[in-house]
Design a protein around this ligand. Structure first.
Ligand code: FE
Ligand code: FE
Ligand code: ZN
Length: 278
């Protein structure tokens, strides 16, 4: 099955987001658990969640991916920032059990803000060890980053080092962002098999649970993180559709985070990807 969707707003609730997804030909979607710049999460509405379950059943929406706010930084040098990251993470994981059990929750690993990636890796693992619970059904995903600023997670080795330090690592996976790894220096357009081989050797492909499918405004290795619409960037549509067709990736859920103001922009990209699906 081709599991494809995009990032959607839940400002009007989860049921409305699921209907939006269905209206653009998607069978999954990603959403921010709270304002991407941080802050308090909106109260969950039991009526909305009940309708959400009905819409999912009717529209064939099998899975969802939550995204943590960008401001969440468990690698911060400030204890209060790390404490906020832990509280938000723990709260989000509890809410996921109510929204829909057994789903995916993605986060940017963090920024070491000059402390060095080794310190960053330790601090991130510390927060994950405090936040993850044995009974949780949600899988927490660490997103591969572009390496702008002091972001941890540009190199597969950094992601692997975090996971190695997590006790309940059965609850941890990876979300691969095509724009990020391209900007990070992995040539997925010219050498997809080589990049996946490296991922497998260092992290293990069994950890890979979701793909953010984005083109990039910049050349490979730029360390920029500027998403582009599919086919209008440096990766190109052919290389991105090859990602969705790769035998080792094709069963994963794919999420567009391309810059569109209208849902129709996503509908067009989803239709194009479906058309190119082998
Ligand atoms: Fe992200
Ligand atoms: Fe992403
Ligand atoms: Zn990005």
């Amino acid at each position: 099955m081709f599991t494809i969707g995009c990032h959607l707003s839940i400002a009007k609730g989860f049921a409305a987001a699921a209907r939006d997804a269905a209206s653009i030909g998607a069978n999954t979607f990603q959403f921010f658990t709270r304002n991407p710049r941080g802050g308090k999460a909106k109260e969950l509405d039991p009526d909305d969640l009940a309708t959400f379950a009905e819409v999912r059943a009717n529209e064939g929406i099998a899975c969802i991916l939550a995204h943590a706010p960008y401001t969440l930084n468990p690698a911060s040098a400030k204890p209060e920032t790390r404490e906020f990251a832990l509280q938000a993470l723990a709260d989000d994981l509890l809410r996921m059990e109510q929204i829909m059990p057994g789903q995916l929750y993605n986060m940017h690993p963090g920024a070491h803000v000059g402390q060095g990636s080794e310190v960053g890796i330790e601090l991130i693992a510390e927060t994950l060890n405090a936040a993850l619970q044995p009974q949780q059904t949600t899988t927490l995903l660490l997103e591969t980053m572009a390496g702008k600023g002091s972001e941890v997670g540009r190199r597969f080795e950094e992601i692997a080092a975090i996971i190695e330090r997590v006790e309940l690592d059965e609850h941890v996976g990876v979300c691969l962002d095509t724009c990020h790894i391209w900007d990070g220096g992995y040539d997925i357009a010219g050498a997809l098999d080589g990049v996946l081989g490296e991922f497998d050797r260092i992290i293990g492909l069994d950890r890979l649970r979701a793909i953010h499918l984005n083109d990039s405004k910049n050349p490979c290795g730029a360390h920029k993180d500027r998403h582009e619409k599919l086919g209008l960037g440096h990766i190109g549509f052919e290389a991105l559709s090859a990602v969705t067709n790769h035998p080792k990736l094709r069963e994963l859920p794919f999420y567009l985070e391309t810059p569109h103001d209208e849902l129709s922009g996503y509908a067009d990209e989803i239709a194009r990807l479906k058309g190119a699906r082998l």
